[in-house]
Design a protein. Structure first.
Ligand code: B12
Ligand code: B12
Lengths: 454, 137, 454, 137
């Protein structure tokens, strides 16, 4: 028995789940309908796939949500996991699910997949015959993704960096790398049985003034860590920056660099997809304005040429959206994609060149780290601030890099910290900004820069 | 004036927290920022340790209510915290509700000042006024 | 007394209006607040100006509508005229206004400006201190524009071609040219007293598969006819075509050509503005979709770099919009313009070249007509089909040109009729289309091509 | 079968009118299209002159109601029009109203078939069925 299989048996043998029938699950994946695989839909390249966000505690409510989404012509169903399950606290998840089932009141902010188990969940997923994407935010997702794949969920979001730096304060980063290595391997193995399982990185990070170079580097590294383990279908992603041009440049550079680095490790055969998140930062409280913003995000996603778009709702600023609001966004987004035609071809050579140089410089610094494996190099690079994510709550993050918006709302780096931004690029970034402008306080400047959509 | 601040519970929304620290700083407070993901005990322990005048809690992800209910009970266990000014702000419910509904509820939970979806500078201005008025008394 | 002044005295001496005090009106215009002049706001170039559509019969309702608009942060107020006034039927207008004032029921589809008179209307306009744009559709607007300018309305929309070919079946085109000549002259004269009165052409025409070259030629000709008479501020306009790229190309060529031809007649000193109409064709009946469409139009207007945008409402497909829906669009459009940043620079050289060649060829054919004055040349060119507007209801229009949409929804010319589209351009246009595709009926093809936003 | 068609009143929305002509043509009708901006008398005169079997009126700009009210009275003055099939379609009110409300009203005005915001092909299919059924009787 392989080491991996040994680990799997340990992980899957616990009191929170039904006995796990490895052979049965393998058989299921082998014969699963191609419609369930997002990789199948990516391959068709018919249109930009539309995927909302959403998860409810009970089976019934989740089912109803999915019905709403299908009615609204969804392409990819989400399954968002509750925060207890994310923290591997299955005991609380079970208790809260029971409470939720007994009353009308939801006691969980997502679907407790492990508690429901794969038999029940598979029934729901095969019923709808739509690809499902697992949204969680779990550093140790080993059990979760086993149950997910067994349920027919063939896209797994996350990664050791993107699900940690924005989502956690204390969880040990090195452990996250190891736990995610398990995830990659399991995905890679299942991918041999049928169409590939797709892995997706979470590019929005903190959604707060993260400069394109940092986002791209993290996307590339999570991609490499995944392809290394044999994953054959991977989505890099990012969220709307606030500048249409920066989005277009970022999308173009991300696509090119992903191809380039995949080739570098001889993984050119893997499919790389580009995913765009509608504005992930602070939303306007006015719901009509929120709708405008969401529509604009869709237009920009089209200009970026994304393969998939992940949507927000008009209720973002207030609280967890209703299923009605969520379905409305899906219908609106599909409509906009349908009526938006005649997209121009746009390239901004100078911006692309600057951004490419930055990405390559940071990647090189990571590769030059003396550690033996890629994940250790990445770990060290985060620890010593070569990679630095603005507004990360995690203790390991340096928080030395400072960014601001220029007149066109492009995010620019005005303090490098330890990030090896080449001098020429750094001068360019600063030259775009009115550094002397700040006659109000720094707090007001930041509030202004993060509140541009309000 | 000493302020202990942070974001309560498993909440990791850090942006407002960073800004609050900067703004309190600029207003001349001595700030002890515990950051995100801070439990009630940690807040009270820090308040005791630093002899803080103000405890200013943020909550964004909807967890506030669960924690706020425990405040009175827990605080009563510390005997040096009777005079501390208790402030809470952010997005104080899951889903939507109006301030008219929320503020009295949170006052009952033991907070002196409650800011539901109120801009931080407006909130901190109010805090400063509150402190001045209390000092007059 | 000049001939013009004689004509004015005849026009303004009738039982439908209060005695017209020429001296008083001149004095008023001379001292009018610059805020009332749209030309002042264009000159500031601070932002794209937002202008809705709308007109109600009674003074009170029009006032309330304006209040709503101002509340929504409008830049330019519209004053849309009822259809009786448009047809110079002031008797009916007066009767219907009385009926409207006596009950809650509106008996007119716009504001009967002549009936209200300039004294009352001026009070409203100076109260709001916003520039007002006169929207009518009147072939003989001589009396109407006199009353308008006396009221403080310093932008006059329309023109002999654009207010006739889409709006009328039988009104004599030659008369329209002469009546509009009067309008131009009066505007030109008043423009000498204070800031210029702005004239605007109505580029949307029938809003139904009109190819860019026809629209641009008509815009240029109405501009020339206006500048010839001494107008110093003129807006060319067009409406969303259905292809983002075609809109951008069209905007760019229209701007360049307008400058070029203005220079040709030594009117380079006149200011030429570019106005964009949100989608003017058949709207979706779903109001949420209509909102998406409107938002998308705003994004495209920004990419076009328009100086002003004229809005639609989510109620377009059903009927005359409420003031609430109208104000909502204004607020939404302002919000979108505010949050849309980092616009890329886009040019499509090939498309621009083709379109420029077409425009120049048609313009040349018009200029080559043997008539002595420009308006007669234009008249003849419409009569003999050198200018041909698809779906015009007017008997003089040839209706020989046929257009269709290509795969990117660009409007392409597939039958030239008498329009002198150069061979090279014509081949290009046809080559973009799948001419063999039509396996359904021609009716379904057209329904499809005009229904692309549904 | 002969059809007289056109758009009633001062309405100049010509698009549907052009399509209706094409579609009637394709369906084998002999079409007399009076175009937009056509008054009731003109419709009836043309119907008499051409001995039309169907009079098919469009209205888009909201004027319909005003004209429709006069139909019965005017039609009664022509003595050869008793058997003509009267059809109206388009956008039959100012503002919004449902077909349930509109259709009976227009039937009272003297129309046999009423299509408020109905796609023209659906409407013409219905017309053809209506003609067939009538011929059976
Ligand atoms: C950015 C963001 C994120 C980022 C956070 C990055 C980071 N580490 O900070 C990411 C993407 C990682 C994230 C994750 C999640 N998020 Co989030 N997030 C947001 C978002 C879009 C903006 C928050 C923000 O930064 N705003 C800018 C700052 C400056 O403003 P603010 O935080 O609103 O605070 C203002 C005031 O409240 C006030 N304030 C704050 N504290 C105090 C204190 C006092 C005393 C005073 C006076 C004022 C005050 O000052 C600020 C400025 O005026 C909001 C929605 C929104 N508001 O648009 C959702 C939102 C807060 N998130 C939400 C949720 C549920 C989550 C998740 C659980 C989602 C999930 N299911 O995956 C996770 C996990 C979070 C966790 N464990 O807590 C919900 C909360 C729901 C609720 N309250 O009912 C929201 C409202 C979105 C939604 N509609 O679902 N999120
Ligand atoms: C294009 C358009 C114009 C163009 C018209 C160009 C032209 N000459 O044809 C222009 C810009 C010039 C114009 C002008 C005006 N318009 Co206009 N216009 C439209 C618009 C956007 C689309 C109409 C269209 O062509 N649709 C495509 C065709 C194929 O569809 P259709 O006409 O809707 O017809 C369908 C069905 O009704 C059906 N049908 C029609 N007839 C019949 C008959 C039968 C028997 C059957 C079965 C079916 C049937 O078949 C068609 C296909 O399914 C509509 C709003 C909308 N629908 O989105 C407004 C609209 C029709 N216009 C309107 C108005 C008020 C005007 C103006 C008076 C505006 C003004 N205040 O300036 C003027 C003047 C018009 C006049 N004197 O009549 C209103 C009517 C209001 C109402 N009914 O309550 C509308 C609804 C817009 C609005 N919300 O205000 N307009």
């Amino acid at each position: 028995m392989s080491l991996l299989q040994e680990e799997r048996e340990i992980i899957l043998n616990n009191e929170f789940i039904d006995p796990f029938d490895f052979a049965e699950v393998e058989e299921f994946v082998k014969n699963a309908n191609e419609e369930l695989f997002i990789s199948h839909h990516f391959a068709k390249k018919e249109k930009m796939l539309v995927q909302p966000r959403g998860g409810f505690p009970t089976y019934e409510k989740q089912f109803a949500l999915n019905e709403f989404f299908v009615e609204a012509n969804v392409d990819v169903l989400p399954l968002t996991i509750d925060s207890n399950t994310r923290l591997n606290d299955y005991t609380t998840a079970r208790k809260m699910l029971q409470l939720s089932e007994e009353s009308e009141h939801d006691m969980l902010n997502g679907y407790p997949l492990v508690t429901h188990g794969y038999k029940a969940t598979r029934q729901m997923i095969t019923h709808f015959k739509k690809p499902v994407s697992l949204r969680h935010g779990t550093p140790d997702a080993r059990l979760l993704i086993e149950v997910a794949i067994a349920s027919g969920i063939f896209e797994i979001e996350g990664g050791p960096i993107t699900y940690l730096l924005p989502y956690s304060k204390n969880f040990p980063l090195d452990k996250a790398f190891l736990y995610w290595k398990y995830v990659e391997k399991v995905c890679a193995n299942y991918s041999k049985l049928n169409l590939p399982i797709n892995r997706e990185s979470f590019g929005p990070l903190t959604a707060t003034l993260v400069p394109p170079s940092i986002t791209i580097v993290i996307q590339l590294l999570e991609m490499l860590l995944s392809l290394e383990e044999g994953v054959k279908s991977f989505s890099v992603s990012f969220s709307q920056t606030g500048s249409m041009n920066q989005d277009i440049v970022m999308g173009s550079v991300m696509r090119k660099m992903a191809k380039f680095y995949a080739q570098e490790i001889d993984c050119a055969d893997a499919t790389i997809n580009l995913v765009y998140h509608q504005w992930m930062g602070a939303f306007p409280t006015d719901k009509k304005f929120a709708q405008q913003l969401i529509n604009m995000s869709t237009v920009i996603a089209s200009m970026v040429g994304a393969d998939k778009i992940i949507t927000k709702t008009k209720e973002e600023a207030s609280g967890i959206p209703t299923k009605e609001a969520n379905a409305e966004t899906v219908a609106n987004t599909q409509y906009t994609l349908r009526i938006l035609n005649g997209l121009p071809n746009i390239t901004d050579k100078e911006e692309e060149e600057i951004l490419t140089m930055e990405v390559k410089a940071i990647m090189e610094a990571v590769f030059n780290d003396s550690a033996d494996t890629l994940w250790r190099k990445v770990f060290n690079s985060i620890k010593n601030g070569i990679i630095d994510v603005p507004f990360s709550p995690h203790i390991i993050n340096h928080n030395e890099m400072i960014t601001m918006r220029d007149a066109n709302k492009n995010i620019r780096i005005i303090k490098r910290g330890n990030v090896p931004i080449p001098d020429r690029c750094f001068e360019y970034e600063k030259s775009q900004c009115d550094l002397g402008k700040s006659n109000t306080s720094i707090v007001n400047d930041i509030i202004h820069d993060i509140g541009i959509m309000q | 004036m000493k302020v202990v601040t942070g974001v309560v519970g498993n909440d990791i929304h850090v942006v407002a927290n960073r800004l609050i620290e900067l703004s309190l700083d600029a207003r001349g407070f001595e700030v002890f920022n515990l950051g995100v993901n801070t439990y009630l005990e940690e807040f009270f322990d820090a308040a005791v340790e630093t002899q803080a005048d103000v405890l200013l809690i943020s909550s964004l992800n909807g967890e506030a209510e669960g924690w706020a209910r425990e405040v009175k009970l827990l605080k009563s266990k510390y005997n040096t915290l009777d005079d501390i000014i208790m402030v809470i702000g952010g997005n104080l419910v899951v889903g939507t509700a109006s301030a008219d509904e929320i503020v009295p509820r949170y006052k009952k939970y033991g907070f002196d000042l409650v800011f539901h979806q109120v801009d931080l500078n407006t909130g901190l201005d109010t805090l400063e006024m509150y402190i001045k008025q209390r000092d007059v008394k």
